[in-house]
Structures are given as C-alpha cells and as structure tokens.
Design a protein around this ligand. Structure first.
Ligand code: ATP
Length: 361
C-alpha cells in the first residue's frame, strides 16, 4: 500500500466494541461528534493559520492492536489532491487521444470520506456540496460499485464525502475520491488486493485514479496511465487559487495547437531538478503547455499567476487543464503573506495554503 497510509489514510474502524454498530451506540455517537468537531476545528485552524504540515489524523485503533480481531464496520479516509509541476502534450494520436508527459505531485489538500457498512444492499452518498451528484455519476459511487460487483458484496454503504478540493479544477478531485474508496473498501471488506491490483481497477474509472492511489511524485506518460515513481519532491509551501470560472477539459484539448511555435515545457530538465532536490531549478523548469489555450481565453488565470509571482512565489502556473493556479514558495512567511494578499485581491474564489506530500518523509 502507499508508503505512509497509516498517516494519511486515517482509519477508525472497530470504534464500537458492540458487534452490531447501530446508531443507538451512544459511546460512538459522542466520539463521532467530538471527532467531527475536532476535525473541523483542525481544518479551519489549518487554513486560517496556514500551518503547512499540520494534518488532522483520526486515531488508529488498529495500531494499538486492541480491537484488531473485530470486523471493521467503518473507515475514514483522506483523499489527497494533485498538482502538475509539468504538463506537456507530445502529440495527438490518430484515435483522438493526446500523448502526454506530466510530472504529478500530491499535495496535502484533501477531501475526507467516512464510509460505513449499512447492510441495506445500497450505496448512499451525502456531500457538503449540493451541486455534486450523489448517484452513479459521482466517482465515489462508481468506485464502490466496481468493487462491490466484482466481489459480490451484498452489504450496503453509507458514504459521507466532505469536499475541500476545488471541483473541476485540474486537481483530480473526483479521481482521488475514487482512489480513496477503492483503498477503503479493500480494507473494510478485507479483499486482500495489492496496490497494483487496486490501480488496475482504478484505471477503469479514470486515467488519474491509479496515480491517486500511488501518490507522491511521478511521471505520467502515454495517455497518462504509464506511471514512473520519481524521487520525492522538495518540501515547500504551495499556494492554491481557483478563480470563479469553469474550464472544460474537452475545450482545452480541442483547441490545443501543436506546431513548431508551441512552447513546450522542459520535462527532462524538471526531472533532473527534482532528482537534484533543487527548488529554484524546479521552478525554472515548470511549465504547462495547456496554458497556451487557457490564458488567452481566461485572462484571470494569468492575473492569478502574476499576483503569486509578485508576492514572492518562486514560480506559479496552472494545474492540469485548469483553472486552478498554484505557486511554490521557498519560505513559509512569504507564502502566508501571498495567501492573505490573494484572498484580499478577489481574483480567486477558493484560496488555500498547503504543502507537498511525499510517500517517503
Ligand atoms: P482532473 O484533474 O482529473 O481533470 P478535475 O479536478 O478537473 O479532475 P473533478 O474535480 O474530478 O475535476 O470534477 C470533474 C467533474 O466530475 C465535475 O463536474 C463533477 O460533477 C464530477 N464528479 C464526479 N464525482 C466527483 C467527486 N467525487 N468530486 C468532484 N467531482 C466529481
């Protein structure tokens, strides 16, 4: 499983000692309430004070071995977002797909999923975002259905999804939720699938899902499905800002012109800089070819990028097909000030300061 799963896929199974974990268990209800409130306080403290490495982690009951033999009835997992440190489109294939070379990087910004067995035979989903689908169009349900059908699981599920990752923003929000569900159900139903086996199932849901299971720093090639793990990226503050616009991925790829004038990012230089752990060289090699489409069409993306650069980012650019822009910083204080300035500027609807996540810390 991912190297630090105990830290970031926080589980809270077997919380209740009674065999039937029903809603009448007062002890659990109280604990849940406390955990919920504590989680919210931690998250807000995290955003407000911009503490880069602080992560809320639910207590791991399985770590102390006390309730290990009891069946898991619920699990709470974090689904981490990604940014692209580099994104190049090498060519358009005859089948219409684009061949890419992307440097993927996991960050600490996350969604939270609480998953509970219900015995109803159905999958029920609630989320804090009213505009998100809660049926099979949500990748959470798709991922759950995929494993439940394959393994003929007759149990039911209740999933509470708390979204913090901006939606349709180039941060793999839906894919990472799907990855978290695959991971969680493997644990919850004791399916015994390896990371590789989960990744093979994940690609059926979306091209980014295998990477979201793998996490860390990686090179994605082909149509994004060929993954090579890279040495861990230098830790640094990451400022995220999403403007109040929607950018269609389809529109971006359809309007991408690949000719001799297209400015391609130096992906090989970026790989070397990551290996050298040299933040300024990484900053110098960052680039996203899709900005050639989005920036002329959505100037606010360039405004946000320039704002970050003016406020001390070592570099800033759009993630994926946008519209989220991220900036890397070499100091926490500068990053905090840039975050405050971005919020005051009104350029972005969602602003958050986070950090680089590595599998090996
Ligand atoms: P990528 O970076 O992989 O292109 P993205 O960050 O641009 O992804 P998502 O946040 O995954 O985009 O959302 C894309 C669409 O998927 C949204 O319009 C949304 O309705 C749908 N969707 C389905 N499930 C989810 C989910 N769990 N979270 C967010 N969006 C979801």
């Amino acid at each position: 499983m991912p190297g630090t799963d105990a830290d970031y896929y926080s589980t809270d199974a077997s919380r209740c000692k009674t065999e039937d974990h029903s809603s009448v268990c007062r002890q659990c209800d109280w604990k849940e309430l406390i955990i919920d409130v504590f989680s919210k306080i931690c998250y807000h403290a995290y955003c407000i004070h911009n503490t880069i490495n602080s992560q809320f982690t639910v207590q791991h009951k399985e770590n102390n071995g006390k309730y290990m033999e009891e069946k898991m009835r619920d699990i709470s997992v974090k689904a981490l977002a990604k940014i692209n440190l580099g994104l190049d489109v090498v060519r358009r294939r005859e089948d219409g797909y684009h061949e890419v070379r992307m440097v993927m990087q996991t960050i600490h910004l996350s969604d939270q999923l609480e998953i509970r067995k219900t015995g109803t035979g159905r999958i029920a989903l609630t989320t804090n975002l009213p505009f998100l689908p809660t049926n099979e169009n949500n990748l959470v349900c798709k991922a759950a259905k995929l494993l439940m059908e394959e393994f003929r699981i007759k149990d039911g599920l209740f999933v509470r999804l708390h979204k913090r990752i901006p939606v349709a923003a180039g941060m793999a929000g839906g894919s990472t939720d799907a990855a978290a569900v695959l991971y969680a159900l493997n644990r919850l139903f004791d399916l015994g699938l390896s990371l590789q086996e989960l990744m093979e199932r994940g690609v059926k849901i979306g091209a980014d899902v295998p990477y979201c299971l793998m996490r860390g720093t990686a090179l994605a090639e082909g149509i994004g499905e060929k993954l090579t793990a890279l040495p861990p990226m230098v830790k640094c503050p990451v400022l995220i800002a999403k403007p109040q616009i929607s950018v269609s991925t389809k529109f971006v790829y359809e309007h991408l012109r690949l000719d001799e004038k297209t400015p391609h990012p130096d992906i090989d230089g970026l790989l070397a800089a990551i290996r050298d752990k040299n933040l300024s060289a990484i900053a110098g090699s960052m680039g996203n070819v899709l900005e050639t489409v989005t920036i002329p069409n959505y100037p606010v993306i360039a405004q946000i990028r320039d704002h970050m650069l003016e406020h001390g980012a070592v570099n800033a650019m759009m993630s994926g097909s946008g519209p989220t822009v991220f900036g890397l910083f070499d100091g926490e204080q500068t990053a905090r000030e840039a975050c405050g300035a971005m919020r005051r500027s009104g350029l972005a609807k969602q602003v958050c300061l986070t950090g680089i996540y590595n599998n090996v810390r």
